[in-house]
Design a binder for this molecule. Structure first.
Ligand code: PEP
Ligand code: MN
Length: 278
C-alpha cells in the first residue's frame, strides 16, 4: 500500500487547512511541553513565522529513566490549548498502546517516535485512529523496514501516514545522529506518502539545524519538523538543538527564498522521482 505501484501520485494529507505532501510545510515547537507559558510563547513565535503545525511531546522517550518523562495528559491539554489559541493543528507522540485513546482526544496528528518504529502492536492499533500518523525512522531502521512499518498502519486501516527521516546511528559521533538525506530521495521514489525531515534530532546542535533544513528542501522533502524553544537554556529536553524563535524566523525566510528557485530547478531535471500531484 505504501508503494508507487499501488498509487503513482503523491498522497496529500489534509489536517484542517494544512496540506502535507505535494508542497513544503513546516512543523515546529518544543521538544516537550513544559508549561502553559512555554507552550504559548513558542506557539506564537512559530505561528508568526509561518509554521503550519505545532509540535510538543507529553510522553517522552528518554534514554534515562531519571530524565524528564513528559507531563502526560496535562501536557496534552496545554499543547491542544496552545494550538487552538494560535489556529494550528498539533502533533504529539504516543508511546504506549494504553495511551492511544487519550492522545487521540487531543492530537490532530499522532507521532510514533524513532524508538517505536517497529512496535508492531502500537502500529496496528494506530490503524484504527482517525488522525494521520507521523512515523519517525528508527536509529537503525533500513528504508525497506521503515516502509513496512508504514505498511502496518495502512494495512490496519489508516492510509494517512507521514514518514519522517530523523537521522540514523552510524560510526560518526561528531553529531547526534547522521541525517540520511539519501533516504529521502529513495523514499520519494518508492512511496507516494509524504516524506519530511527532522534536522533537530538528526544533528543535535542548533547551529547546524538551518543548513540541514535547507538541504531537506533541496533534496525534495515535503517538509521539516524543527524544535523551537523560547528559552532553550532552560529547556527540560533537547535545549541544545532547539532554535530560538528569532532563529526560526530567519530559517523560515531562507526556506521561502529557496522554495521557488528549487521548483524551477526541478522543472529542468532531476527532482526526485516524485510523480506529479493530481
Ligand atoms: C521527538 O520528535 O520528540 C523525538 C523524541 O524524536 P525521535 O523519536 O526521532 O528521537
Ligand atoms: Mn527532542
Amino acid at each position: 500500500m505504501t508503494s508507487r505501484e499501488h498509487q503513482p501520485h503523491d498522497t496529500v494529507i489534509e489536517v484542517g487547512a494544512v496540506r502535507i505532501g505535494g508542497g513544503f510545510m513546516v512543523i515546529a515547537g518544543p521538544c516537550s511541553v513544559e508549561s502553559s507559558d512555554q507552550m504559548l510563547c513558542t506557539a506564537q513565535g512559530v505561528k508568526r513565522s509561518g509554521a503550519a503545525v505545532l509540535r510538543g511531546g507529553a510522553f517522552k522517550p528518554r534514554t534515562s529513566p531519571y530524565s524528564f518523562q513528559g507531563m502526560g495528559e496535562e501536557g496534552l491539554r496545554i499543547l491542544a490549548a496552545a494550538g487552538r489559541a494560535n489556529g494550528m493543528p498539533v502533533v504529539t507522540e504516543v508511546m504506549d498502546t494504553a495511551d492511544i485513546e487519550m492522545v487521540a482526544a487531543y492530537a490532530d496528528i499522532i507521532q510514533v517516535g524513532a524508538r517505536n518504529v517497529q512496535n508492531f502492536s502500537l502500529l496496528k492499533k494506530l490503524g484504527a485512529v482517525d488522525q494521520p500518523v507521523l512515523l519517525k525512522r528508527g536509529l537503525m531502521t533500513k528504508v525497506e523496514e521503515f516502509l513496512l512499518s508504514a505498511e502496518y498502519v495502512m494495512a490496519a486501516g489508516n492510509p494517512r501516514v507521514i514518514l519522517c527521516e530523523r537521522g540514523i546511528r552510524t560510526f560518526e559521533t561528531v553529531t547526534r545522529n547522521t541525517l540520511d538525506l539519501s533516504a529521502v530521495c529513495v523514499l520519494k521514489e518508492k512511496t507516494h506518502l509524504p516524506v519530511i525531515v527532522d534536522p533537530s534530532h538528526a544533528v543535535g546542535l542548533r547551529r547546524f539545524v538551518p543548513p540541514l533544513a535547507l538541504a531537506a528542501l533541496a533534496v525534495g522533502a515535503d517538509g521539516i519538523m524543527v524544535e523551537v524553544h523560547c528559552a532553550p537554556q532552560d529547556a527540560l529536553c533537547d535545549g541544545s538543538q532547539s532554535l530560538r524563535p528569532e532563529e526560526f524566523a530567519r530559517l523560515m525566510d531562507q526556506l521561502r527564498t529557496m522554495e521557488e528557485p528549487m521548483r524551477r530547478c526541478w522543472s529542468q531535471g532531476p527532482r526526485p522521482a516524485a510523480a506529479p500531484v493530481e
